[in-house]
Design a protein around this ligand. Structure first.
Ligand SMILES: [Zn+2]
Length: 267
């Protein structure tokens, strides 16, 4: 029962993430006006705005104009609900609950960044830049921030690990961008990826940056091959790397403290 409630609260944040994904690139306010259909502009009633369920009841169409609603809406709501539940199971500890709140902010930001990067090929500064200082401050104040070994590091040690992560993330993208320019004569990764991997580093530390790239590359390869095979994309289509970095970071975060992984990657 508690699990359903936590999933639903997470899905509501997913609904708000959808508002941000639609409005931030269009430079519109995220608080006013209330949700409307992007096609007929009619205001959406509260009972048509319930995460996941309304999409199912409406069979994916607007109540008024019957135009299709993007499947991005229920997908983001479901992903945010599931991730909130997984974060709760892993990071919620009575008394020392700050790892949950900090990682929830991290995931919420990653979901919005992924949605915007997926649709516009841009990483929004207004979301990605605040994540860097939030990760640094979180590492300083929260004893369980790096989860393992919990409580064995001083705040300054954790902060240094977070700083090293932010620098490592930025440095890797900068090196890849230079190599890309020389070898392929085109932009392989941009400034958005640099800020994103820097934010990932500030939350996961420098080893977490490599784990994120590792899982992000695997996910990116699998999805790209599937899209090309199903003829939804061509070989030379531009692929935003941000969503895959975000998926890699979320996998790395959920594997924090994993014994086998800790032997190789996580302190
Ligand atoms: Zn409509």
């Amino acid at each position: 029962m508690k699990e359903i409630l936590i999933f639903f609260i997470g899905a509501c944040f997913g609904s708000f993430a959808n508002v941000c994904i639609f409005r931030l690139p269009r430079k519109k306010s995220i608080v006013y006006p209330s949700s409307f259909c992007p096609k007929c502009r009619r205001t959406i009633r509260w009972y048509d705005n319930i995460p996941i369920l309304s999409y199912i009841f409406l069979r994916g169409r607007c109540r008024y104009c019957r135009k299709t609603i993007s499947p991005r809406y229920p997908i983001v709501e479901f992903a945010m609900g599931l991730l909130t539940l997984l974060l709760y199971e892993k990071f919620w500890t009575v008394g020392l609950y700050c790892p949950f709140l900090l990682y929830f902010i991290f995931v919420f930001g990653l979901v919005i960044i992924s949605g915007i990067d997926f649709e516009t090929f841009l990483v929004p500064d207004i979301i990605v830049l605040p994540l860097i200082p939030i990760g640094l401050v979180g590492a300083l104040v929260c004893a369980n921030f790096f989860f393992y070994p919990s409580g064995q590091w001083s705040g300054v040690n954790r902060l240094m690990y977070s700083v090293s992560g932010a620098f490592t993330g930025a440095l890797i993208v900068a090196i890849l961008a230079i190599i890309g320019k020389i070898v392929w004569k085109k932009e392989a990764m941009g400034g958005g990826d640099l800020k994103l991997l820097s934010a990932i580093g500030s939350f996961l530390g420098w080893k977490g940056v490599f784990v994120s790239i590792f899982f992000g590359s695997i996910t990116g390869t699998i999805i790209s091959v599937a899209l090309i095979y199903s003829r939804k994309k061509k070989w030379d289509d531009y692929v935003p790397f941000g969503p895959y970095l975000a998926i890699g970071a979320i996998i790395a975060m959920l594997l924090k403290g994993n014994y086998f992984l800790s032997l190789y990657f996580i302190p």
